[in-house]
Design a protein around this ligand. Structure first.
Ligand code: TYC
Length: 97
């Protein structure tokens, strides 16, 4: 029988670290654009996307998903590129889960 500590050690050898990706609120990005981002980049359906967008709008940030480091970095970059192209200041950030 392995101890909790041994199990955690084994898990950390096998499983890559996970990263939370957050969307940040701002006063200028349109609600429709945030919903588009959540559907297109984070693969949420319309209802989920609208709920997350409203959460971010009210609470200043919200979780869009949990990913491995490379995938999280790519999502953060995609949000910033698409937002810049559309003239919005929307930003995403990531932190270790
Ligand atoms: N606060 C924005 C507005 O009132 C909407 C918004 C929601 C912006 C979520 C960014 O991550 C965001 N138009």
């Amino acid at each position: 029988m392995s101890t909790k500590h041994e199990l955690e050690g084994e898990l950390s050898v096998r499983e890559p670290k996970q990263y939370l990706v957050y969307l940040l609120n701002d006063d200028y990005t349109s609600m429709d654009f945030v919903i588009d981002v959540l559907m297109n980049i984070f693969h949420k359906n319309y209802q989920e996307a609208e709920q997350i967008m409203l959460d971010v709008h009210k609470k200043d940030r919200g979780i869009c998903g949990v990913f491995t480091c490379e995938v999280a970095e790519t999502k953060v970059m995609q949000v910033s590129k698409l937002s810049r192209e559309q003239g919005f200041p929307l930003k995403a950030t990531m932190e270790e889960a």
